[in-house]
Structures are given as C-alpha cells and as structure tokens.
Design a protein around this ligand. Structure first.
Ligand SMILES: *Cc1c(COP(=O)(O)O)cnc(C)c1O
Length: 233
C-alpha cells in the first residue's frame, strides 16, 4: 500500500476533494454524502485533531476501544460515534451508551438486543449490514434475508431503533463497482418494505468512488485520512 502523503489536514482535504469530485462525476451533490473518519487503532489524540479540522463523524469497530475513546473525548462538541464492527449480542446493549449509529446489524439477535433503550436513552440509528461474499463467516446478513430483517428493525423501531438503510464492505477479489451495484439493488428491496430506509453505508479508502457511483450516502474512510493503522495486536 502507498503511504498517504502530507499532514493529517492535507489528507483530509484531499479526501474531501476526492469525494466532491466523485459526487459531481455521478451527478450528485457532495452535501448528500456523510464522511465518517474511521479511527480504529488510533489514539484519542487523532480524533481530537480531526475534530479540530471539522470532522464530527467517527467510526470504530471494537466496543472496548470505542467506549474508552468516547469517554476520553466526552468534552468534544457534536461528535457522532458510528459503530462499524462485528458485535456480540451480549455486548450490544452497551454500544448504546456512546454510539449514535450502528452500521453492523446483521441478525435477529442483535435487533432484539439493541432495541431496548433504557429510560432517557436516545433513538439509535441503524444500518443493516449485508454480506456481499459467498462466505457465511463474513459479517452481514444474506442478501435475500435483508427485507425480512429490515422489517423487523422497523417494527422494533418503536422501542428505539431507526433503520436508515443498508451497509456493506466490498469483497476482496471482485470489482467493487459490481459489488456496490448489488448493494444498491438490495437497498431498493429494503426500501420497498421500509420506505424511509434509503441510505447506503459503503465505500472505504480504496473504493469510495465506486461506492459513490452506486449511490452510497455514508463513506467509511480510514487509512486514506489517518495514515496506516498502528499495530493491530
Ligand atoms: C476499518 C474499516 C473501514 C475503513 O477502512 P480503510 O480501508 O482504512 O478506509 C471501513 N469500514 C469498516 C467496516 C472497517 O472496519
């Protein structure tokens, strides 16, 4: 992988420009797109630096790490934590304590676990993660199961979940645009059963252009902004 160039501010500016270009190339407005800076494995100080540069949406994929960072950064204004990683059902409830959005709901047990807010807890925004590979061990629901799970989330929404749309990671070894085109078709199926759930969380450092071309609304960008992740244990 090529090391990102320049300072954090340069890389963020380059990514914002790249997103705006890709949006216009697809006849879309850059304002339709939410950039989520994925800060997993990076220290809280990096989140603080990105916040100073105007970033408000941050993605994390491990509950323990996310919880610690959110607590350490509780003084920052207007931060939205997006949980994007695989989630154990028995830990799921705790994610409500800091996250505004969970992108990785992929099975009934998670819907049930998340859909019980404590008194005074805010509504949690939810994306239904879909598995675009043939490997059932990967995170995500089967595409043909997506409408059923979407309906279930929408039903449970009465008790604190709001389905925003679908999420996926492009499989390795497949042209990302083809994979994202499948996700768009799944999104259309979901919108038939839950008409308000039209958003698409897709696109990472190396495939955000293809995701934007296929209708992504939420981009999850890590290394292109942050630089390489510190050792992942
Ligand atoms: C780490 C991660 C990203 C960001 O990936 P980069 O290639 O660093 O941009 C996006 N989505 C999920 C689910 C991730 O775990």
């Amino acid at each position: 992988m090529v090391e990102p160039e320049g300072t954090l501010a340069d890389r963020l500016a380059a990514m914002r420009a790249g997103i705006a270009d890709a949006a216009r190339a697809s006849g879309r407005e850059p304002e339709e797109l939410t950039l989520i800076a994925v800060t997993k494995f990076h220290p809280a100080s990096l989140v603080r630096a990105l916040h100073a540069l105007g970033v408000r949406d941050f993605g994390e994929n491990r509950h323990q790490e996310a919880r610690e960072k959110a607590a350490e950064l509780a003084d920052l204004d207007g931060v939205h934590w997006h949980f994007v990683g695989q989630l154990q059902s028995k830990k799921a409830r705790q994610v409500r304590e800091y996250a505004s959005v969970v992108h990785s709901i992929d099975r009934e047990a998670l819907v049930t676990a998340l859909a019980r807010p404590a008194d005074g807890e805010a509504t949690l925004d939810a994306f239904l993660q879909v598995n675009l590979t043939d490997d059932p061990a990967r995170g995500g629901a089967r595409p043909d199961d997506a409408p059923r799970l979407a309906e279930l989330i929408a039903t449970e929404a009465a008790t604190g979940l709001r389905l925003r749309g679908v999420m996926a990671v492009a499989p390795l070894g497949e042209e990302p645009r083809r994979a994202f085109a499948r996700l768009k078709a799944i999104s259309e199926q979901v919108a038939i059963v839950v008409p308000t759930a039209t958003e698409i969380s897709a696109g990472m450092s190396h495939d955000f252009r293809e995701a934007i071309a296929e209708g992504a609304t939420h981009l999850r960008i890590g290394t292109a902004i942050t630089g390489p992740r510190p050792s992942q244990e």
